[in-house]
Every structure is written in structure tokens, then in C-alpha cells.
Design a protein around this ligand. Structure first.
Ligand SMILES: NC(=O)c1ccc[n+]([C@@H]2O[C@H](COP(=O)([O-])OP(=O)(O)OC[C@H]3O[C@@H](n4cnc5c(N)ncnc54)[C@H](O)[C@@H]3O)[C@@H](O)[C@H]2O)c1
Length: 426
């Protein structure tokens, strides 16, 4: 495909890697962004996100991505990719960012432009919400401009499946749009591009993928609670079950689920189905179970401390890791935030340390965090934390208890050092 001018709307965890990829593949890139700090950083070749891949790529792409807050710049774009947030507020989809981005796009939309919504949306959004907003431009979708959906599947921090290696599904409202969109994605992505017969199906794919993760994680989180009562090591059971070469996929228990996608996207499906008269009981239950995990973590800390004769009120706890998953700097919806809030309510003396989130830490190093701690509570298994938290290191801190919500520390080694250990489900 000949070089295109590609506009990316929203330079966040999704939009920025996508903008970099388009620039790397030789397209001219315009990034439309609301946040002036992000605009300044991107234009000077710096990453506003702590991500080793982006930090590596952006300096060499300086000048190749033009970040701006001026929507008029998008008039020259051939392709417009919309990557704005789609949160859930009080368990309901909030499409206000998509709506306002589309209202702005309608003021600059040009004939023959291809607009692809990459944000996660519920089935029907593109046709019933995005299309009418864009048609306020006076142009008709499928005739004057092309409109479709290609849900983003990026997994921030994943170095194995980087954005260009992840297959995509897509669909547009017209055949010509679909062909244009497929050719465009083939120009940037080396993995298969799978065309679906309707935009509604493409929208459903993304919410199904993330809901699949939510319900499976809820399943193991519930097992963790029951196996704790029965005294069975769930991790060993999962290891055993994983030897079956078919019909089983391992998922692992933890402190709950976080991030912008998995705790939110099921609500998009639940609400859309409700509007059509169907009540998703199973999906709602999964949400409830995963949301209960931070309180479960606190109850484990409390009961384990009690066994050691330490009252939770006044106990010194080193809470390590705040982001929702390892090696990313994203605290959105992180279960660690809830655990920390409840521990504070219980009167613990908390030192909080996340090497990637100084803004969410109240100490500036691991050493400072663990000093004098009764309990080391691992909430996010950043690789730098795992490297340091060996049994001998923990022994030296004098901590009496380790609560490992990610089941990623050396349980046997820690116990051998005479320290109490509690994981989730083990
Ligand atoms: N974060 C992920 O891992 C991930 C993965 C796959 C899909 N998604 C989906 O991708 C979408 C974006 O998520 P994200 O994590 O990148 O969000 P984000 O908050 O990191 O980034 C969104 C960016 O859009 C900007 N923005 C908001 N409204 C705008 C507007 N009208 N015009 C220009 N810029 C605007 C914000 O300032 C922000 O920088 C969501 O729908 C999300 O569900 C996210």
C-alpha cells in the first residue's frame, strides 16, 4: 500500500503504540490528543507512558508523528483511527469520549476518508451512535466516507505479542470500506486480518474476548476461596489440570482484575443485552466475584496477622505494586487501590511502593517500604520487585508474614526462612 496520512485520535495506551507502528511502516501520522502534556512529549520524541517499547521507538520517530489538539489537521488524513477511552461508570458503559470525538470529527470529515473505531464498544455502537454523529458532516457513510470497526487487542507490556503480531478482526458498513480497511491494516500488521460479515459481530468479538477472561478469572478466584477452606493448593491443581491436552485452559487466581478493559468491558455486553431484553446473570456474578477479591485479600492479611498475634490496626504493612498488572504504569481499576484503601480504613501503617508509579507510592524505594514491616504484601508482581524479593532478602527485613496475591514468590523458600506465607488459593 502506498504511504497514507493516518490520523490517530487519542494517544493513550492503545493510540500511541498504533501511531508509532503506522509511522514505522512509513505512513505520515497525525495524533489528535486532548492532553497538552502528551502532545508536547510525543512531539519531542518522548513517551508519556512508561513502556520500554515506546521509550525505545519514540526518539527515532521524532517528527514522524505530529501530535496536535487541532482537529482541522485531520482534513488531510486518508485513514482516521479512533482510540479514545470507553470506561464504565457505575457499571454502565460510558460512550461520552467516543461521542465527543465523533462530534468533532464530523466538523472536519472529508469525502473518501476511512474512519475506523478501535475503541472497545458494545455491538451496534458504530451503526447507531457513531454513524449518525459523523453524518452530521453532511456526508453519507458507505457512500461518501467509509466507516468500520477493528477492535484493538494490544496487551501493554507484552513483548511476545506486540501490536504488529496480533491478528485483527474487522468489518465496515460497506464492501468498499472493508477492502480499504483490510488493505490499510495489512500495511501495518504482519498477522492475519480477519474480515467479519458485520460491524456488530466485530464489536461483539472484543467484548466477548474480555468477558471470557473475566469469567474464567472469576472461576479460579472462587476456587481459591473454597480451596483455601479445604486446604487444597489450587496452584498445584491448576498445574495438574493443565497436563490435559484438550478441554482445559489455565487461568490463575489473584487480587481481582484491573485495567481499562477486563473489569469494564463485560458491562458493555451486560448493558447492551439488557437493552434487548436479556439478563446476563453469569457475567454479573463473575464481576461480583472478581470485585470481592480485594476484600478477600484484606481478610487474609488480617487472619494471618492474628495467627501471629498481631492486630491489623497498627500493623506495619509494606504494600508492593499498585498498577493493575506487572511492568506497566497503569493504575486504572487496579485491585491494589481497593486493597490499600481498606487497609487504611483498618488503621494499618502502610508503606506503599510501586517502582513504576511514584505518584501512587508514599516511599521512594523497596528498602524504605519493607523497613520494619510486619507483613510484606505483594499486590503487583513487577519484575524488579520479584528480582529483589528473595527469601533471604525477606528474612533480612524482619517481616513475619508474606501475603503474595500473585502467587509469584518462592513459597517454600520463604517458609524455610521461618516466615509465614499466604498466597491466593495456596
Ligand atoms: N489499555 C489497553 O490495554 C487496551 C487494550 C485494547 C483495547 N483498549 C481499548 O482502547 C480504547 C482506548 O484505551 P486506552 O487504554 O488507550 O485509553 P487511554 O486513556 O490510555 O487513552 C485515551 C487517550 O484519548 C485521549 N482523548 C480522549 N478524548 C479525546 C478526544 N475527543 N480527542 C482526542 N483525544 C482524546 C485521552 O486524553 C487519552 O490520551 C478503549 O476503548 C479501551 O477499552 C484498551
Amino acid at each position: 500500500m502506498a504511504e497514507k496520512t493516518v490520523a490517530v485520535v487519542g494517544l493513550g495506551y492503545v493510540g500511541l503504540p498504533l501511531a508509532c507502528l503506522c509511522a514505522k511502516r512509513g505512513h505520515d501520522v497525525i495524533g489528535l490528543e486532548k492532553d497538552s502534556k502528551k502532545i508536547a512529549l510525543v512531539n519531542s520524541g518522548k513517551s508519556p507512558i512508561k513502556d520500554s517499547v515506546l521509550e525505545e521507538q519514540l526518539p527515532s520517530l521524532e517528527g514522524k508523528i505530529k501530535a496536535t489538539s487541532d482537529a482541522k489537521e485531520l482534513k488531510q488524513a486518508d485513514v482516521i483511527l479512533v482510540c479514545v477511552p470507553t470506561p464504565a461508570i457505575q457499571n454502565k458503559p460510558d460512550l461520552s469520549f467516543v461521542e465527543s470525538a465523533c462530534k468533532e470529527l464530523a466538523t472536519v470529515l472529508q469525502k473518501n476518508q476511512l474512519v475506523v473505531i478501535e475503541s472497545t464498544v458494545y455491538p451496534g455502537t458504530v451503526e447507531t451512535i457513531v454513524k449518525p454523529l459523523l453524518e452530521k458532516s453532511g456526508l453519507k457513510a458507505g457512500k461518501d466516507f467509509f466507516l468500520g470497526h477493528c477492535p484493538e487487542r494490544i496487551d501493554p507490556g507484552n513483548r511476545r505479542f506486540t501490536i504488529e503480531k496480533i491478528p485483527r478482526v474487522l468489518a465496515c458498513l460497506s464492501k468498499e470500506g472493508t477492502e480499504k480497511a483490510k488493505a490499510f491494516y495489512q500495511s501495518i500488521i504482519g498477522a492475519p486480518i480477519v474480515v467479519l460479515s458485520s460491524v456488530k459481530s466485530a464489536e461483539a468479538v472484543k467484548v466477548v474476548e474480555n468477558t471470557f477472561r473475566d469469567v474464567n478469572i472469576a472461576f479460579v478466584n472462587e476456587l481459591a476461596k473454597s480451596f483455601d477452606k479445604m486446604g487444597i493448593d489450587l496452584l498445584e491443581v491448576i498445574k495438574g489440570a493443565s497436563t490435559k491436552p484438550f478441554g482445559y485452559i489455565p487461568f490463575y487466581p489473584g487480587p481481582g482484575v484491573g485495567g481499562h478493559c477486563i473489569p469494564q468491558d463485560p458491562y458493555y455486553l451486560i448493558e447492551r443485552a439488557r437493552q434487548s431484553g436479556f439478563k446476563h446473570r453469569f457475567l454479573s456474578l463473575a464481576r461480583e466475584i472478581n470485585k470481592s477479591m480485594p476484600l478477600y485479600v484484606v481478610s487474609l492479611v488480617e487472619s494471618e496477622l492474628e495467627e501471629l498475634g498481631i492486630k491489623i490496626a497498627g500493623a506495619k504493612i509494606a504494600a508492593l505494586g499498585v498498577s493493575y498488572k506487572p511492568d506497566v504504569d497503569d493504575p486504572r481499576e487496579s485491585p491494589a487501590l481497593k486493597v490499600i484503601a481498606v487497609l487504611k480504613e483498618k488503621g494499618t501503617k502502610l508503606s506503599i511502593f510501586d517502582p513504576l508509579l511514584p505518584s501512587h507510592s508514599n516511599v521512594s524505594s523497596l528498602e524504605e517500604a519493607v523497613e520494619g514491616a510486619d507483613c510484606i504484601l505483594l499486590l503487583t508482581h513487577h519484575s524488579s520487585l520479584l528480582k529483589s524479593l528473595s527469601p533471604s532478602y525477606i528474612k533480612k527485613t524482619g517481616a513475619k508474614l508474606v501475603v503474595d496475591t500473585r502467587n509469584s514468590l518462592d513459597k517454600e523458600g520463604i517458609i524455610k526462612e521461618g516466615i509465614s506465607y499466604k498466597g491466593i488459593g495456596r
